[in-house]
Design a protein around this ligand. Structure first.
Ligand code: ATP
Length: 615
């Protein structure tokens, strides 16, 4: 089994070093802004600590030069030692304080990193919640969001990387100044060592990132296989279909492929890094040779030579640190660039709707004209030129075979999707022009694939929007949905956590979860619900009474007998309305609805039961 690498990943993997380097400053600037927004004091402490540390390093090196000059000067030993004491004190104080300043800036970076991660994550969450629901059907959006979430995780590391880079570079600058003041000739050769090392490290980082991107599909597949094999939700099927052997084999095969690719990437990276280091070693050797040459020719004193050796060593250590930090910054920057790309492009998927307030009590009239909706990257419309008028208080049953467009139509009528063609209006206003928040406040939705929120029972009904009646309203909604018996058996009542896989969480059966999901619909003031197709007949009867005098109620049902409680039944086929009328009218017409109903009466609903057989 192998998932095909898609165009997005292939594009990411083939990004050139130059293109990435060009985007890096803007990613860094963004991280800086995130840090500034998260904790200014920390940013200032980090910068101040780093700069002070660099200045103190330079001061210590200068003091070492003076110390050596005093110690190596002609004269008696006691006098030379006495003269050297002030420089010695400066060296000790500067070195100690430099360590303190460095520790301070590291601490600030450690404090800032999680805050930057939080801000980056919040930016992704905010951009996602601002997106049109339709964006979730665009694979481009989902991929970009996934990459951005990974990038947000790395954004914290960017702070540590940036701190290390600035610190090492500042120390390098300090050592460079000292070397330049002792002998300017050594400077260009010493700086030459930077180039091959940086090239090697950056090339290695690019190879690692490209390898990771190329193998994204396999990495995901491996994760999914492990989850299938171990997750509680798949455990019954894994056992019943004796799938564990198959899953383990697939896991091993995918892992072997991944490991081979990763090793090949690591080998190429190590070669690039090694080549860079080798060149750097050659230039460093040239520096040592230069010092010896100057010393032998008498162009440099022993004290100056000794200080130069120290400065070059300090510069080399700083250089190594700086190269390592820039390589890690580069790698992290690649991921943070994915984050920045999503934040930049997310507005294209954002909701672009009007500000007109939707009627607080829901619309009196919903009208669809030529209503069409085509999912991204699909050829045929899911809802095709539908004309429909729904009045206040009407109860509508949407029926039709799987994939006929019922859910899509319900989402269009409730303003969750906007039409790709045609119009849908609420009291004459296109849903596009209505403020989405005021619009959705008037609808209640019980989708077929409702969420089992890992929250308390109360929050599972209120979804964070308690009604003035408080818990009374929750119990009332539960009673209407037939979920009162579910609540009654919970060990801590409404406070019971339904986070089933967490400690102290309480699990419910599928049917009990369904009732809670329906209670959510009743908990909202004006239920215009797209109700789950397999809810109980009793529930539909209650729905009928509740819907009276309120905004329209729309429910999707596969059990056609439930449609009897509706004022009107709408039959869909291939995105179009093929039949409409009251339940009795449709049965009498002996058309497709009557045919489906007869078929259903003759056989049990296959989705209703799981039958076990033993032989
Ligand atoms: N995210 C999507 N991307 C592409 N096509 C989709 C997507 N969701 C649904 N479709 C397609 O749109 C059509 C209508 O789907 P819809 O979910 O509205 O049908 P439905 O009548 O509610 O089906 P069911 O009774 O099985 O729930 C189907 O052909 C389906 O394959």
């Amino acid at each position: 089994m192998r998932l095909k690498e898609d165009a997005h990943e292939a594009r990411q993997a083939s990004v050139t070093a130059r293109a990435i380097a060009a985007r890096l400053p803007s990613a860094l600037a963004r991280a800086w802004r995130l840090g500034w927004r998260a904790d200014r004091r920390c940013v200032l402490v980090l910068l101040a600590g780093t700069l002070v540390c660099a200045l103190l390093t330079a001061a210590a090196l200068h003091a070492i030069a003076s110390l050596l000059a005093h110690l190596l000067a002609p004269g008696d030993a006691a006098g030379r030692l006495r003269d050297a004491v002030p420089a010695l004190l400066v060296v000790t104080a500067a070195t100690g304080l430099a360590y303190l300043a460095d520790a301070g800036s590291r601490l600030a970076a450690a404090r800032l990193a999680p805050q930057v991660h939080r801000e980056a994550d919040l930016a992704v969450i905010a951009a996602s919640t601002r997106a049109e629901l339709g964006a979730y059907h665009d694979p481009g959006f989902d991929k970009a969001r996934f990459a951005a979430t990974e990038g947000a995780k790395k954004s914290g590391e960017l702070v540590g990387g940036a701190q290390g880079f600035v610190s090492a570079t500042a120390q390098l600058a300090a050592a460079t100044v000292v070397v330049a003041s002792l002998n300017a000739l050594l400077l260009p050769v010493m700086l030459l060592a930077v180039v091959p090392r940086v090239w090697g490290a950056v090339r290695a980082a690019q190879i690692t990132h490209a390898t990771a991107h190329r193998n994204l599909a396999d990495s995901r597949l491996r994760g999914v296989l492990a989850q299938y094999a171990t997750d509680g939700s798949t455990a019954p099927e894994v056992r019943a279909y004796t799938m564990s052997g198959f899953l383990l084999d697939q896991y091993r095969a995918t892992s072997h492929r991944l490991e081979r690719e990763q090793y090949a990437g690591a080998r190429r990276g190590a070669l690039a890094q090694g080549a860079g280091d080798l060149l750097a070693a050659a230039t460093t050797a040239a520096v040592w040779a230069g010092i010896v040459f100057l010393l032998v020719n008498g162009d440099m004193s022993v004290a100056a030579a000794a200080t130069t050796v120290l400065a070059v060593r300090t510069a080399n250590a700083a250089l190594t640190g700086s190269v390592r930090a820039s390589a890690s910054l580069f790698t992290t920057g690649l991921y943070v660039t994915d984050w920045a790309t999503f934040i930049d492009t997310a507005p294209a998927w954002a909701m672009n709707r009007g500000t007109l307030r939707a009627p607080a009590a829901g619309p009196d009239l919903i009208e669809a004209r030529g209503l069409t909706f085509t999912y991204p990257r699909t050829a045929t419309p899911a809802v095709d030129k539908v004309d429909l008028t729904i009045g206040r208080g009407e109860v509508i049953a949407l029926v039709g075979e799987n994939g006929s467009g019922k859910s899509t139509l319900a989402r269009l009528l409730t303003g969750l999707y906007l039409p790709t063609q045609g119009t849908i209006t609420w009291d004459g206003h296109p849903t596009q022009d209505l403020d989405p928040n005021t619009l959705w406040q008037t609808i209640a939705l019980v989708p077929q694939d409702y969420t089992r929120w890992s929250l308390t029972a109360r929050e599972n009904v209120t979804l964070g929007r308690p009604r003035p009646g408080g818990d009374r309203a929750v119990h009332e909604a539960a009673r209407h949905a037939g979920a009162d018996t579910v609540l009654a058996q919970l060990p801590h009542g409404l406070n019971t956590s339904l986070a089933r896989s967490w400690w102290g969480g309480h699990d419910l059966s599928g049917g009990q979860w369904q009732r809670l999901a329906i209670a959510r619909g009743f908990h909202k003031d004006e239920p215009t619900s797209a109700l789950d197709a397999r809810a109980e007949h009793q529930l539909f009867t209650r729905l009928r009474t509740l819907a009276h005098g309120r905004a329209a109620t729309l429910f999707i049902t596969h059990r056609l007998a439930n449609a009897a409680v509706a004022d009107r039944v709408i039959v869909m086929h291939d995105g179009r309305i093929t039949e409409t009328g009251t339940y009795d009218e449709l049965l009498a017409a002996e058309g497709p609805f009557a045919e489906m109903k007869n078929l259903q009466d003759r056989r049990a609903d296959p989705t209703d039961a799981v039958v076990g057989s033993a032989s």
